[in-house]
Ligand binder design. Structure first.
Ligand code: RET
Length: 241
């Protein structure tokens, strides 16, 4: 009994009106469920798609582990778990770039294309971290956010109009539709993140976005993008079975 009571004091409980904490909790469950789904369905596809589904599962699994920590961090400190958040992103966003490469590989995608996108995604995230956690005063967040935004536009350009889009057009069929769907996730789904950033940092934009709950916005973005991306790849594997 004593053990149980002392355990209860170290595991923070979530207040019932803590809706930010609730989105961390639900996010964690959703990522776990999605991981189970992707991992368990993996072996029913042929080798061509197995790796893509595995990567879908890895993305949601890495997120589930981080959400487990972030939920705990939030419940304990009631402040944003910025560091865990960016560690999660720096692992999962490059894996999303790998997904583009994997589905376009048969159409002739090169590793060089993959590394270009991975590099841009890391620039986007490291500069975003600078603005959110390091250079947080004066024009710091706005300037670093802009640099991050440029890297984001580069990724969007590459997949919508650059080399990746040409490969998708050449592949046609289910691959092209899947590529197009992933492109929409990047253009519309990823656009959720700069809104969260502007809600959570100080800058010229604070009058517009200030006061919105940054963590809720990021959590919603993660659920849509990580699980959505995985489902697009899953659908591609089903359609081309
Ligand atoms: C699973 C996690 C994903 C898909 C995270 C994506 C994150 C971004 C697209 C973040 C972008 C940012 C900007 C474009 C500018 C402001 C700083 C960031 C890092 C929030």
């Amino acid at each position: 009994m004593e053990k149980i009571i002392s355990l209860m004091t170290v595991v923070p409980a979530m207040a019932t009106d803590d809706y930010v904490g609730f989105t961390f909790f639900v996010g964690c469950m959703a990522m776990m469920a999605a991981s189970a789904f992707f991992f368990l369905s993996m072996n029913s596809f042929d080798n061509k798609w197995k790796t893509s589904i595995l990567v879908s599962g890895l993305i949601t699994f890495i997120a589930a582990v981080h959400y487990w920590y972030m939920r705990d961090y939030w419940a304990t400190n009631m402040t944003s778990p910025t560091f865990f958040r960016y560690v999660d992103w720096v692992l999962t966003v490059p894996l999303m770039c790998v997904e583009f490469y994997l589905i376009l590989k048969a159409a002739g995608a090169t590793k060089q294309l993959m590394w270009k996108m991975i590099f841009a995604s890391i620039v986007m995230l490291v500069t975003g971290y600078f603005g959110e956690a390091v250079y947080t005063t004066g024009s710091g967040p706005a300037v670093w956010g802009l640099v991050s935004g440029l890297a984001y536009f580069y990724i969007a350009y590459e997949i919508w109009l650059g080399g990746a889009s040409k490969l998708a057009a050449a592949a046609g069929g289910a691959v092209q539709s899947a590529h197009r769907a992933l492109c929409w996730f990047v253009l519309a789904g990823w656009a959720i993140y700069p809104i969260g950033y502007m809600a959570g940092t100080e800058g010229w934009y604070s009058g517009i976005f200030g006061g919105l709950p940054m963590d809720v916005i990021y959590n919603v973005g993660d659920a849509i993008n990580k699980i959505g991306f995985g489902l697009v790849v899953y659908k591609l594997a089903v359609d081309s079975k």
